[in-house]
Design a protein around this ligand. Structure first.
Ligand code: ZN
Length: 495
């Protein structure tokens, strides 16, 4: 919980110490099959241990075969993050025992990764930040364990599911260039956005297809040496990353203030406690006894292959923001929110392509549609109404055929089941009442029935007029043309 007291404690620690933060992100690649075998990489919808074979179960005598698409996706990611792609790289075995790793080793990349020396630029609080990308490499995911208990180590038994074992996993190692929890959070938001844009990852933190470990140490302000770092795991939201880092800053700051040593260790974030707890002492690279994977040939990525992947790179978020601002005159703010999710930007472009004004498209997508999408857990393109239905609906409002409130009701009603908004308006007589004669009669009767409110307005209470507009809206079930009603009321009451 972020209480005022906790914040000021954090601020006091930050006056004396500078945090040094580096993030390691693991992202599952959106390939159809696993990294080294032909099993389906879809591990969520299938019964436990059904998508497995001798290769991903690590049975003796089997040989892995590289997934070409996974290699291409990793190179695509590396290029989007401004990395160099060495011509020669290789896979290595990272040896360790854990029940979710049946082979007893993970195929990963150690000293010759597929890419290195990149960077990611973003802005926090108006200040540009550049975070170096040490490397983007490729490895395989492990299986999953279901503990009959929780992280506080009260589980009495665990079940293993190996559907995830062998799913292609990209590791994106960032340089320790981040200096605040806010910078760490923004780095992750931008990184996730890029991966989703280039179509290599679904960016789902909750399900763990995009996950992050953070390394954090403190040093006295003005000091250039590095302190002892602590690795924090088990954060499954951007907010959790920020909170966990804030917690660590306060915890480490207190230890340093008391002259105590920080121990190099791995800690897990426990959401329910709002705290990190010690899990194990940090392992070092030499603990893993890395050696070159003998069952796979070294990778040779030719300049031609890299050029081809670069040429196929989709538009990146930054480029799209610029293009939308240029082409549709969007403000920087509108362009940023409409491009935060690739899907929203696509819907936006589809709407303006059929003639919806840019501002109206942004307002509908980011307002009512975003709310319905959240509440029904159904994004617009997957809804019954779809982008075409929304376009039809906005056209009705923009042309004055229906009122804004009728449009909102129709949107809510048609969002999941779908349907033709224009037909619904005809069938149910929802068309906006803009006929002056018809509205005049209603305005007169509302004035006659609300003498006190009329007196208020005449006495100078401007807000009283809105109560009268509300009365007309009620009488027409929201179908009255609000601008005309305002005008008619003022005309009548000015006499
Ligand atoms: Zn398999």
């Amino acid at each position: 919980m972020t209480t005022a007291g906790a914040v000021s404690t954090l601020d006091r620690v930050l006056e004396r110490y500078e945090p040094v933060i580096g993030l390691e992100v693991h992202g599952q690649l959106l390939t159809r099959s696993k990294m080294f075998c032909g099993c389906s990489a879809d591990y969520i919808g299938s019964p436990p241990n059904s998508n497995t074979c001798p290769v991903c179960l690590g049975l003796p005598g089997v040989l892995p075969v590289m997934n070409r698409v996974a290699i291409e996706y990793t190179v695509r990611t590396a290029l989007a993050l401004n990395c160099e792609i060495p011509e020669h790289s290789k896979f290595d075995r990272k040896n360790y025992f854990y029940p979710d790793l049946p082979k007893g080793y993970q195929i990963s990349q150690y000293d010759m990764p597929m890419s290195q020396h990149g960077h990611l630029d973003f802005v926090v609080g108006g200040e540009p930040v550049r975070c170096g990308i040490t490397r983007v490499h490729l490895e395989e995911d492990t299986g999953t364990l279901q503990h009959a208990g929780d992280i506080l180590q009260q589980a009495r038994s665990s079940l293993v599911d190996l559907n995830r074992a062998g799913v292609p996993l990209m590791e994106i190692v960032g340089e320790p260039d981040l200096r605040s929890p806010e910078q760490a959070r923004e780095y992750l938001v931008r990184l996730r956005q890029i991966l989703v844009y280039i179509g290599v990852n679904d960016g789902n933190l909750e399900q763990g297809s995009f996950r992050c470990d953070a390394n954090i140490s403190l040093r006295s302000r003005g000091d250039s040496s590095l302190g002892v770092k602590v690795e924090v795991k088990n954060m499954n939201s951007f907010r959790a990353v920020q909170r966990a880092l804030e917690f660590e800053i306060v915890r480490q700051g207190r230890l340093l203030d008391h002259g105590q040593e920080i121990s190099q260790e791995t800690r897990g974030w426990v959401e329910a406690k709002g705290a990190t707890i010690s899990q194990r002492s940090k392992e070092y690279a030499h603990d893993y006894r890395y050696f070159p994977e003998p069952d796979l040939p070294p990778l040779h990525l030719t300049a031609d292959f890299v050029t081809q992947v670069r040429a196929g790179l989709p538009e990146l978020p930054e480029q799209l923001v610029e293009r939308l601002q240029r082409a549709h005159g969007l403000s920087a703010y509108d362009a940023a929110i409409i491009t935060a999710e690739r899907e929203d930007a696509r819907s936006f472009e589809a709407l303006v392509a059929v003639g919806i004004p840019a501002k109206a498209a942004v307002n509908w997508l980011m307002g009512e549609v975003a709310r319905l999408s959240r509440e029904t857990r159904t994004p617009l393109p997957a809804s019954g109404l779809g982008v075409a239905g929304l376009a039809a609906l906005i056209t009705l409002v923009e042309s004055g055929a229906i009122s804004g409130s009728t449009a909102k009701e129709l949107l809510e009603e048609l969002y999941l089941p779908g349907g033709d908004p224009a037909a619904a308006v005809r069938e149910r007589g929802l068309a906006q009442v803009s006929d002056q004669g018809e509205l005049s009669a209603i305005v007169d009767s509302v004035i006659a029935d609300n003498a006190a409110t009329v007196a208020d307005f005449r006495g100078g209470k401007e807000q009283a007029l809105q109560r009268l507009v509300g009365g007309v809206m009620k009488a027409t079930r929201g179908r009255a043309d609000a601008r005309l009603v305002n005008q008619l009321l003022r005309e009548r009451l000015s006499g």
